[in-house]
Design a protein around this ligand. Structure first.
Ligand code: ADP
Ligand code: ADP
Length: 226
C-alpha cells in the first residue's frame, strides 16, 4: 500500500483579483519509509501542494490519499514542520511542553517518555525546561522537529525546514533528519527550492515546473549519501 498517492492534483486560488492556478495535474506516489524531496522554483506551488496534502486547503481538482484513504479535512497521522520556526513554537510553553503539546491524548507517562526521547534524538536532552526565546534559531527548529517526531506521524511533511537557519546549523539538521528517519523509519516529504539539498537528502527527487506546477521529473538518487 502506498503511503501517499497524489492523482491529477490541481488547485486554483480564487480571490477578488481573479483566479490563479498554482498547481495543475500533479501525479506521484510515495512508498512507506521513503524520503522524497520536492524541488522547484520559488512560487511554483510547493507550499500549495503541502497544504492540500495536510488538508488545510481543499484542492479544486484531483485527489490525495494517505494509506489508501482520501484526505478530507486535516488527517490525524501527519506532522508538518514549517520554515518559520519562530512562529511554530508556543512562546509561553517550555521546550518539553511544546513537544508534548500534540500528545495530549496520551497518558501523562507516555507523553513524558515520548517527549524525552524526541528531544534526545535531536540532541536537546538538557533543554526541556528552557523557553523558545532562550534558544538559537537552529535549536528552535530542532524543537519543532522533535515535536513533529514525538507524534510519530505516518507521514512527516517539511516545508523548506532548513531555509531559515545558518549554513552550519543547516548541515547539522540535515544530517539529523537523515539519522532520525532511519532510526524511526519515518516517511518524509520535504519541499525545498535548493536542488543540492534535495539530492543530498532525498531517496527520490520530484522536480516541479514553474507555476502552475506539474511533475517534470521523478528521479531516484542512486546510492545516496545515506
Ligand atoms: P512555493 O511554495 O513553490 O513558493 P506557493 O504554493 O506558495 O509556491 O504559491 C504558488 C502560487 O500560488 C504563487 O504564484 C502564489 O502567489 C500563489 N498563491 C499562493 N497562495 C495563494 C493564495 N492564498 N491566494 C492566491 N494565490 C496564492
Ligand atoms: P565530509 O566530507 O566531512 O562529510 P561534506 O562536505 O561532505 O563533509 O559535508 C559536510 C556537511 O555538509 C555534511 O554534514 C552535510 O550535512 C552537508 N552537505 C554536504 N553536501 C551537501 C549538499 N549538497 N547540500 C546540503 N548539505 C550538504
Amino acid at each position: 500500500m502506498k503511503m501517499l498517492e497524489v492523482r491529477g492534483l490541481g488547485h486554483t486560488y480564487r480571490g477578488k483579483d481573479g483566479t490563479h492556478t498554482a498547481i495543475d495535474g500533479l501525479e506521484f506516489t510515495v512508498d512507506p519509509g521513503e524520503l522524497v524531496c520536492v524541488v522547484g522554483p520559488s512560487g511554483c506551488g510547493k507550499s500549495t501542494l503541502l497544504r492540500t496534502i495536510s488538508g488545510l486547503i481543499k484542492p479544486t481538482r484531483g485527489s490525495v490519499s494517505l494509506h489508501g484513504n482520501p484526505v478530507d479535512g486535516v488527517p490525524s497521522d501527519l506532522s508538518v514542520v514549517f520554515q518559520d520556526y519562530s512562529r511554530s513554537l508556543f512562546p509561553w510553553l517550555s521546550v518539553t511542553k511544546n513537544v508534548e503539546f500534540p500528545l495530549r491524548k496520551l497518558t501523562r507517562r507516555n507523553r513524558t517518555t515520548r517527549a524525552a526521547e524526541a528531544l534526545a534524538a535531536v540532541g536537546l536532552d538538557g533543554a526541556g525546561r528552557k523557553y523558545p526565546w532562550q534558544l538559537s534559531g537552529g535549536m528552535q527548529q530542532r524543537v519543532a522537529i522533535a515535536r513533529a517526531l514525538a507524534y510519530r506521524p505516518s507521514l512527516l511533511l517539511m516545508d523548506e525546514p532548513f531555509a531559515s537557519v545558518d549554513a552550519q546549523t543547516r548541515f547539522e539538521l540535515e544530517d539529523l533528519l537523515l539519522r532520525v528517519r532511519r532510526e524511526q523509519d519515518t516517511t518524509v516529504l520535504l519541499v525545498t527550492h535548493d536542488i543540492d539539498e534535495s539530492v543530498y537528502l532525498g531517496d527520490r527527487v520530484l522536480v516541479l515546473s514553474k507555476s502552475p506546477a506539474t511533475v517534470v521529473a521523478d528521479l531516484d538518487v542512486p546510492l545516496g549519501q545515506h
